[in-house]
Write a protein that binds this ligand. Structure first.
Ligand SMILES: [Zn+2]
Length: 276
């Protein structure tokens, strides 16, 4: 059986960013059947020295000051700590798959800036941890309908990172294929359109050791982003990712999305799709 875990902390719901926090507990509660049947473990992240150290090697002191002033330092660092700890467990083969809940977003946080419900770049911090653990090549697929500009800001220069970014917002042209930086603009994508756009990339051979998938249910047709996906998309996406990863470890990181009902359908669909 696949070794799968969910990283969750009640502070994500209690202290998370306003728009994002109401979906956290309903999304987690909907996983109870999978937890009760022993198909997924639940792990609780903690802010440790590694998370503190990675924060300061990833972001500028000025950004950290601004996040502290905004009141989101702890929940953002706890969110990143979960992603870091999941990445460590995957790198050490303790897990095959992990899904991280968060209290704030990460992919709009660059080295010295942040916006759009994001404060610290959880995925970039985890990538920096994976480099310390000597995982050579990492692929990041981001299907949140907003572009991952912060992730690109932090990781674009590294040729060992493939960043494949699907998005609906139009002001983000940057692509540098020589360094593994891909941007795919598909405004208003339906299930079929996004699946076809993904397939163009997933059918190719990519050299990577660990896959990170940034997934926002703001891409669901009822939620606030400009993709128009159904719940069924997320399940088939997870199955396709499993085939694509072909046994390599996969880390799913929750991104945008506000609606509790959507979270309680989409999050189990992803995890069930992957572990079934
Ligand atoms: Zn988003």
């Amino acid at each position: 059986m696949l070794k799968a875990a969910v990283y969750y902390h009640p502070d994500f719901a209690d202290k998370g960013y306003t728009t994002l926090r109401h979906r956290v507990k309903p999304g987690f509660d909907a996983l109870q059947p999978l937890v009760n049947s022993g198909q997924i473990q639940v792990r609780t992240p903690t802010i440790d020295e590694t998370a503190h150290a990675l924060l300061h090697t990833t972001h500028s002191p000025e950004l950290v000051e601004r996040v502290i002033s905004a009141g989101y330092h702890e929940v953002a660092l706890l969110s990143a700590a979960g992603v870091i700890q999941a990445a460590e467990a995957l790198a050490k083969n303790e897990l095959d798959m992990a899904f991280c809940f968060v209290g704030s977003g990460g992919h709009h946080a660059g080295q010295n800036y942040c916006w759009g419900f994001c404060y610290y770049n959880d995925v970039a911090m985890a990538v920096n941890r994976l480099r310390q653990l000597r995982i050579p090549d990492i692929m990041i697929i981001d299907i949140d309908p907003h572009s991952g500009d912060g992730t690109r800001d932090l990781l674009a220069a590294d040729p060992h990172i493939i960043h494949l970014n699907f998005f609906a917002d139009e002001d983000y042209p940057y692509e540098d294929k020589n360094r593994g930086n891909y941007g795919v603009l598909i405004d208003g994508a339906s299930d079929k359109v996004l699946a076809a756009a993904l397939e163009e990339y997933l059918e190719r051979e990519w050299g990577y050791n660990l896959l990170i998938v940034i997934v926002g249910h703001d891409g669901h047709c009822l939620d606030y982003g400009d993709f128009y996906l159904t719940t069924a998309f997320y399940g088939s996406f997870a199955r396709r990712i499993k085939a694509f990863a072909a046994g390599r470890p996969v880390l799913f990181v929750l991104s945008g999305g506000s609606l509790p009902q959507v979270a309680s359908e989409v999050i189990p669909a992803i995890i069930e799709g992957y572990i079934e």
